[in-house]
Structures are given as structure tokens and as C-alpha cells.
Write a protein that binds this ligand. Structure first.
Ligand code: NAD
Length: 288
């Protein structure tokens, strides 16, 4: 069997095109331009690249991008003051504070200060609660992107056994909630799970969100399963060149799975696309 290679780059392009159409409609009908504010504290090079990408893609969709860079020594008070002003700014519909934050700032404390109606990352406990109670959440962008990728090859998720490896607040837990809301039978695995390979072999849908290069081997995968690989790991190849790989042994998985996402080019590109979709949704809700 050769698995379908799920193309996250192509689907992200489609999501961005749909967002651009939605933005143009909102401008035409309500005179509202969706605005996304990104707050970066400190000088983490990986975060800077990611933030630059966000700004470029936000503007390409016709939205306004507000960019705030604060020094790594910024106090809790001045960060919360900025967030309060963004909460009150009618031109800002989405607020994203880039994580990780410098050690003296508590991410939970900062996230809780964001107006849940502008929490387009979906990390505020109000949105987490909405997600787990089948309400109207903003859903964290990476799991939301994974669900869209999954539906492209597996429209009928109900009754399937989904195993999610990883229980982080950013990926594993919200992914499990989304799958549960689609009526999958969900198992959450983590670092203390016994017989992880045996558990994974029972999965019709396998999501790997761990951060361990190529941990999931071909013989962990049920023949025909859909495998979503969220992991992003940098390793050295045999020639000593640095390259990105996921948590799944992709080449081996191709011979067993029904469909599998590559790294790069899987859930990664979908994350920013879903952030833009969430920002458009926040702007629409603001005029509803
Ligand atoms: P995290 O470190 O917060 O969580 C990792 C999880 O893996 C934990 O819940 C832990 O219990 C589990 N785990 C660790 N070792 C394990 C083991 N041996 N067996 C089973 N479970 C184990 O990480 P995260 O933020 O959830 O990110 C996970 C991966 O996804 C990372 O590689 C990260 O870079 C990537 N990521 C990608 C995107 C994207 O846009 N594609 C977004 C977020 C995270």
C-alpha cells in the first residue's frame, strides 16, 4: 500500500484564499477590516521568523497587522497594560502573544488577560471550556488545521478510534477534544503510557504531537490508518546536513498508512492559515 500524502501546503493556500474572500466581504458589507495584533517579547530567533511570516500572510489576506515588539525585560505590568489597550481597541479583532515568554513572565497569567473574544489562539480558559463543552470556542490553530487535513481524507470520523500522542494544552488536549466533538472514540497517550506501540496499532486515526524525531515506526501503524504528524524536529542527516523531520518515520509510514502528513508541508503551514481564519471569525462575531 502507498499512502496518500496529505498536502498541508496546498490546503493552507486554499484556507488563505477563503479567508481573503471573507475579508473582502466583511469590508464590503460592514466596512470592517479584520485586525490581528501580534505581541513578541524578547528576541527568540525562531519566534521572530514565525512572527514575520504571520505579518506577511495577514496582510496578504487583506487584514491589518499590528506588531508590538517588547524588550525581553518587559515587566508583567507593562505587558498587561499593552494587552488591556489591545482588548479595548476596536480595530484589533485578534490578539496573539507569541510563546514562549521570557522566564519572569507567566504565560497562563498573560493569556488569561486577553479578552476571550479576541483570543484567536484559543488558549484562554474560557475558550478551552467552550471547546470541551461543545460551545463556540476559538480553537487552537494547530489542532484546527489537523482536523481540516483529516477531514480531507476521512470525512466520516464518527466511531473511529483516534489515538493522540501528547497531552499539551497547545496541541494534544485540544486535538483530543476536537476529535471527541466529531464523535471519534479518543485515547490520549503521553510519556507515562504503557505499551505505546500496541496502543497506536489500534488507531484508525493517529496524531503524533510529541517532539521526538521519527518516534512512530511503521509497525506502530494500523494498515490503512490516517496519520497526522504534528512534530517538528531538527536533526542531522547522514551527510551532516540539518533537516526537519516529524514524530513519524514518514518514508516507512507510507507503506502501511492509508494517508499521512509530511514534515515539512503537513500541519505546519495550516497553523498560520487557521490563525487567519480565527481572526476573520473574531471580526465577524464583533459585528454580529
Ligand atoms: P510539549 O512538549 O508541550 O508536549 C509533548 C507531549 O508529548 C507531552 O504531553 C508528553 O507527555 C508527550 N511525550 C513526551 N515523550 C513521550 C514519549 N516518549 N511517549 C509518549 N508521549 C510522550 O510539546 P507540544 O507543544 O505539544 O509540541 C509537540 C510537537 O509538535 C513539537 O515537536 C512541536 O515543535 C510541534 N508543534 C508543531 C506545531 C505546528 O505548527 N505544526 C505547533 C505546535 C507544536
Amino acid at each position: 500500500m502507498t499512502a496518500i500524502r496529505i498536502d498541508g501546503k496546498a490546503m493552507a493556500e486554499q484556507v488563505r484564499a477563503d479567508v481573503a474572500t471573507g475579508v473582502a466581504e466583511l469590508k464590503a458589507t460592514h466596512g470592517v477590516t479584520p485586525g490581528l495584533a501580534v505581541v513578541l517579547v524578547g528576541e527568540d530567533p525562531a519566534s521572530e521568523v514565525y512572527v514575520r511570516n504571520k505579518i506577511k500572510q495577514t496582510e496578504a489576506c487583506g487584514m491589518t497587522s499590528f506588531h508590538h515588539v517588547l524588550s525581553k525585560d518587559t515587566t508583567r505590568e507593562s505587558l498587561l497594560r499593552l494587552i488591556r489597550s489591545l482588548n479595548e481597541d476596536p480595530e484589533v479583532h485578534g490578539i496573539l502573544v507569541q510563546l514562549p515568554l521570557p522566564g519572569h513572565l507567566d504565560a497562563k497569567d498573560v493569556i488569561e488577560s486577553i479578552d476571550p473574544a479576541k483570543d484567536v489562539d484559543g488558549f484562554h480558559t474560557a475558550n478551552v471550556g467552550e471547546l470541551w463543552t461543545e460551545g463556540q470556542p476559538f480553537v487552537p490553530c494547530t489542532p484546527l488545521g489537523c482536523l481540516k487535513l483529516l477531514k480531507s481524507v476521512c470525512p466520516d470520523i464518527a466511531g473511529k478510534h483516534a489515538v493522540v500522542i501528547g497531552r499539551s494544552n497547545i496541541v494534544g488536549r485540544p486535538m483530543a477534544a476536537l476529535l471527541l466533538n466529531e464523535s471519534a472514540t479518543v485515547t490520549i497517550a503521553h510519556s507515562k503510557t504503557d505499551d505505546l506501540p500496541g496502543l497506536c496499532r489500534q488507531a484508525d486515526i493517529l496524531v503524533a504531537a510529541v517532539g521526538r524525531p521519527q518516534m512512530v515506526k511503521a509497525d506502530w501503524i494500523k494498515p490503512g490508518a490516517v496519520v497526522l504528524d504534528v512534530g517538528i524536529n531538527r536533526i542531522e542527516d547522514d551527510a551532516g546536513q540539518s533537516k526537519l523531520v516529524g514524530d513519524v518515520d514518514f518514508d516507512a509510514a507510507l507503506s502501511v498508512a492509508g494517508a499521512v502528513t509530511p514534515v515539512p508541508g503537513g500541519p505546519g503551514p495550516m497553523t498560520i492559515a487557521c490563525l487567519l481564519a480565527n481572526t476573520l471569525e473574531a471580526a465577524k462575531r464583533s459585528v454580529a
